[in-house]
Design a protein around this ligand. Sequence first.
Ligand SMILES: Nc1ncnc2c1ncn2[C@@H]1O[C@H](COP(=O)(O)OP(=O)(O)OP(=O)(O)O)[C@@H](O)[C@H]1O
Length: 636
Amino acid sequence: MSDWGDETDVAPKVDRNVGGGGGGGGAENEWGNSKPAPPVAKSTSGWSDEEAEPKKSGNGDGYRGRRDDGEGGGGGGGGYRGRRDDGEGGGGYRGRREDGEGGGYRGRRDDGEGGGGGYRGRREDGEGGGYRGRREDGEGGGYRGRREDGEGGFRERRRRDENDMNNNEGGDDEEKKPREFYIPPEPTTDEAEMFNSGIASGINFSKYDNIPVKVSGENPPKPVKTFEEAKLRDILMDNIKKSAYTVPTPIQKVSIPVISAGRDLMACAQTGSGKTAAFLLPILNHILDKGYELEIGKPQAIIMSPTRELAVQIFNEARKFAHNSYLKITIVYGGTSVKYQNESITKGCHILIATPGRLLDFVERTFITFEDTRFVVLDEADRMLDMGFSESMRKIITHPTMRKEHQTLMFSATFPEEIQRMAGEFLRDYVFVTIGVIGGACSDVTQTIYEVDKFNKRAKLMEILRDGADGTIVFVETKRGADFLASFFSETEFPTTSIHGDRLQSQREQALREFKSGKMKVLIATSVASRGLDIKNVSHVINYDMPSTIDDYVHRIGRTGRVGNNGRATSFFDSDKDRALAGDLVKILEGSGQEVPDFLKSIGGNSSYHGSKFGGVDVRRGPTEAAAVENEEEWD
Ligand SMILES: Nc1ncnc2c1ncn2[C@@H]1O[C@H](COP(=O)(O)OP(=O)(O)OP(=O)(O)O)[C@@H](O)[C@H]1O
């Protein structure tokens, strides 16, 4: 599962920006088979210059022309791009031939044989948007072109999807997916861009004051009312002002003094209510205050997130608040070049943002240790502690190198009681805070539920998009479903892109960029995008497929209606399939002042759903309610 394997790096140097083609392909290992260099400071520039070939910046989504079938490709191995716009050979995009025969993306030739290039190449461009080339018309023939292995295309792919689902370990999951040596774009140094990343607070911002706040635990520090009262350092106050934050949100009012007082914290507050700054500001303040010496490979704060894109977002937020200070912030996350990330780590960092799988890779290689770690943050903590990630979390939090005196901070909008209980094992004398109802939906989102069966969903979606498509996220259940729908809508008047776990990291990030910029009006997403993402122009969230848990529903619709803005969510409820969710959905709708449709009321009473519960108890006091946490489609 690691990028660090011991294969020999046989990848021949090819001009990756010119052609696909070629034989068996490069090995995946970026390190070669020798042990990587120990963590010493190097003068390489961490973000940009590691690989020889230039990075092409993209202007499209990356789907068009994608030759997944290996046709048109010269040579055996294929190579990533497949998309040979120049017509010179080149293999299929992925082909995903792991056996090295034919057009595979990875071309993983462990034997070192095989002709040319193999993928790689960090192609972010995808020149041209849309999914052309992969027709999914649903009317015979389905999914032409998506021959990923030359053996049966769609059906084979479907088997793999199911397999992925069943075997979901929740880790970075890189082994099952196509890989690339992706080097992300450098983070911006432009102040205006940096401070313009957040969503401006909306007309309902002042209503935050009316939300009930519950704080429990021994002697919890008193909340602050203003940022000034929090006695943050000037540099942070400047950056808070530049971010146009005037008053702290309720979760910030409580968390900043709790964290500053050295306490552990379990915090639950609704989506889009400023949890990121609630942990970042006091951590940055503490580290600046104390001025601890920086040691390479020994971060002073570790912040973990379940998805790569969320990690990147937190990284950017941390950079924003630390702007003009000496603090070094670094990120490590799956789907990107390990070698490159190692180079940034070897320069040392005060704060490290990470996805768990990649962090563990570095920890197991002893490139990162926790001797100096004073803060361990689990963002989306309930997700981080459920089945897929709990083992990784345990390894990290209880790692033998972990500094004894550290604070553990957990944040989420949802926190099922059984997860709270597990979380409690990692916390000491913690303060428990809830803003509103645990797991409640944000009441600034107007929720509409339609009863739609699977045969009518696409027409209904089309009808809705025709009324206004700008800034719409459409959630579907599976990666395959996301591909289908993106393929279909790309051929309509709605510029559409997609994000899901089978896409290359470069494509995922490009999809987000293009959606954020408005170039793509519609983003088709799996649950990988349901948590944490803070995107300005999301006006409408559509659950084309209902999620399997009510908590996921709450996170998904929380991509809109953030920080006091109004938002809209529409869900297609298929009574054949989604019955189990009805009871909790009714509760969520009622709890957030929404209309409950009659059809749902009639089903709701009979719900047998026993997923995560929402309520407002600190489990140290409340009753025990064990409930199974459902496995989800994919995470990193
Ligand atoms: N005090 C504040 N004043 C104005 N805007 C704020 C304030 N705090 C945070 N924001 C903005 O609110 C938006 C949402 O914040 P954030 O992403 O931290 O929410 P969250 O609670 O973590 O949401 P989620 O549960 O979806 O992860 C961001 O754009 C952030 O810049």
